[in-house]
Design a binder for this molecule. Structure first.
Ligand code: PGA
Length: 240
């Protein structure tokens, strides 16, 4: 794992966006793995700036998003579909048919997950962007004794429900389940992985990535088996 430690959130976001820009400019039909949350917002903002300056073209790019709440309608402002439209998709020139996000409104989630994995496998992901939870989760791969390999429906932990409650108003129900790419779907199908993290709250999770230990109770540690992982984080996440 390669660490790049930045002064602050803005520098982290710029460095992450530059990695995407370089990839897109050298491979205009590349496949991107994308994540939601507060962490990648700055990266997406920079990508939109590059697009507005005529420095990137997204028209040949295919994307796969990491996760979505379940059940969740696409037009719900809390959905990850909505987040991606607000922060990136509607602001640049992706082709709609090249965008893939887990379908939170499917009637048959098991079949959906199987097909999502097949599609990811057939495309391969050139660069997978990941955030990390305070508890070390990746997407909605939560701490567990066992490893769920592929894209799956999962129950969220109390810690994740708590962390996400900040996005919901008091009268809204916070979803307790989600569809998430599995750790093996991510590791097996991504050529390169870019994990971004900022703030003291992520320090323990980042600390767990500095040694060689693997522990399914800290799902991000499983990424250590991948040969090409870059972690771009700010000083607070790195040093605490
Ligand atoms: P955050 O979430 O970017 O909102 O901190 C990251 C995550 O939980 O994966």
């Amino acid at each position: 794992m390669k660490f790049i430690v930045c002064e602050n959130y803005d520098e982290m976001s710029t460095k992450a966006a530059e990695m995407y820009k370089n990839l897109i400019n050298s491979k205009p039909d590349c496949v991107l793995g994308l994540a939601t949350g507060d962490t990648p917002k700055g990266t997406y903002k920079k990508l939109v700036e590059y697009y507005n300056a005529g420095e990137i073209d997204f028209s040949g790019i295919t994307t796969f998003n990491l996760d979505e709440y379940y059940p969740m309608k696409k037009d719900n402002p809390q959905s990850y579909n909505w987040f991606m439209n607000e922060n990136l998709f509607s602001l640049v020139n992706f082709k709609k048919e090249n965008i893939n996000i887990p379908d939170g409104s499917t009637d048959n989630p098991e079949e959906f997950c199987e097909n999502y994995d097949k599609k990811i496998e057939s495309y391969g992901i050139d660069l997978m962007l990941l955030g990390i939870g305070k508890n070390g989760h990746i997407g909605f791969n939560e701490p567990d004794d066992q490893l769920i390999t592929g894209t799956h429906v999962t129950q969220l932990t109390e810690s994740t429900i708590d962390a996400n409650s900040r996005f919901f108003s008091a009268d809204e129900q916070i979803p307790t389940s989600a569809i998430s790419m599995g750790m093996v779907s991510i590791i097996k199908n991504s050529r390169s992985i870019l994990l971004i993290a900022n703030g003291k709250g992520k320090h323990d999770a980042i600390e767990s990535l500095k040694d060689n230990k693997i522990n399914p109770q800290i799902p991000a540690t499983l990424l250590k088996v991948h040969p090409d992982v870059t972690i771009i984080c700010d000083k607070e996440a790195y040093f605490g």
